[in-house]
Design a protein around this ligand. Structure first.
Ligand SMILES: [Zn+2]
Length: 99
């Protein structure tokens, strides 16, 4: 809508054809969009998930339901990793703390 108006005004005030103006308006629109996306990204930093296989910092405590041993996981390949095993059983999640 606005782009079309800009193209019409552009045709009237310049001797450029319609097509180069459409290209110019589209390009500037994309640049504006990218700029706003960049600004939005800076104001609201969203942590991107790391690629698979990369470890992420976690703080999760597990307790063995059989012997009562507790372990704290400090890095994992997932925010909610599979519990470790102790006494041949999977340990219970005690305190998941996602930072
Ligand atoms: Zn155990």
């Amino acid at each position: 809508m606005l782009g079309a108006a800009v193209v019409i005004v552009g045709v009237l005030v310049t001797d450029l054809g319609v097509f180069p103006l459409i290209v110019a308006v589209t390009a500037s629109g994309l640049i504006f969009k990218a700029g706003f996306a960049l600004l939005g990204g800076m104001s609201q930093p969203v942590p991107e998930p790391p690629p698979p296989g990369e470890l992420r910092k976690v703080k999760i405590q597990f307790r063995c339901s059989i012997c009562g041993s507790e372990v704290r996981m400090t890095s994992a390949n997932d925010e909610v990793p599979d519990p470790p095993k102790h006494c041949l059983e999977e340990m219970d999640l005690v305190a998941p703390t996602i930072e």
